[in-house]
Write a protein that binds this ligand. Structure first.
Ligand code: RP5
Length: 156
């Protein structure tokens, strides 16, 4: 199964490429699209509505400012949607976070931290790992390596 990664503008790529780095590490296939809830609503709808037929498991949606992208994606699919609020020019990304996280009851978006694209990808891997034991093993190794790195830290 694949992961969809969509962002509202090519200017979001610098943040969103963090998700692709994680998925590369876990050797998971993904598709990256630039589609905007405001600038290309019809093309966004068309892409999202076909994802389940195309064997996608999860969508990661990153946007900044009036960040309605993840919510609109969630409106068009019952696949899990993970939102990445991208820090824009104003308000330190708080505008993106609040516009993404305050979804109406019934249409969920799992929102990660501002610029948290790596955690979004890790969450997508964890969702896939529920039914794929080999991915669960890889995730365990990832956590182990991470813990060892922390324990090996020497400050002074
Ligand atoms: C949002 O507006 C995009 O997701 C981006 O974070 C922000 C600015 O877009 P550009 O003006 O750089 O294209 O829709």
């Amino acid at each position: 199964m694949k992961i969809g990664i969509v962002m509202g503008s090519s200017s979001d790529w610098n943040v969103m490429k963090g998700a692709t780095e994680i998925l590369d590490q876990f050797e998971i296939e993904y598709e990256v699209k630039v589609l905007s809830a405001h600038r290309t609503p019809h093309q966004l709808e068309e892409w999202v509505k076909d994802l389940r037929n195309r064997n996608f498991s999860t969508v990661i949606a990153g946007a900044g400012g009036a960040a309605h992208l993840a919510g609109v994606v969630a409106a068009f699919t019952t696949l899990p949607v993970i939102g990445v609020p991208v820090k824009g020019q104003a308000f330190e990304g708080l505008d993106s976070l609040l516009s993404m996280v305050q979804m109406p009851s019934g249409i969920p978006v799992a929102v990660v931290a501002v610029n948290g694209s790596k955690n979004a990808a890790l969450l997508a891997v964890e969702i896939l790992a529920v039914t794929k034991p080999e991915l669960k093993d890889k995730m365990d190794l990832f956590r182990k390596a991470q813990a060892e790195k922390v324990l090996a830290s020497e400050i002074i």
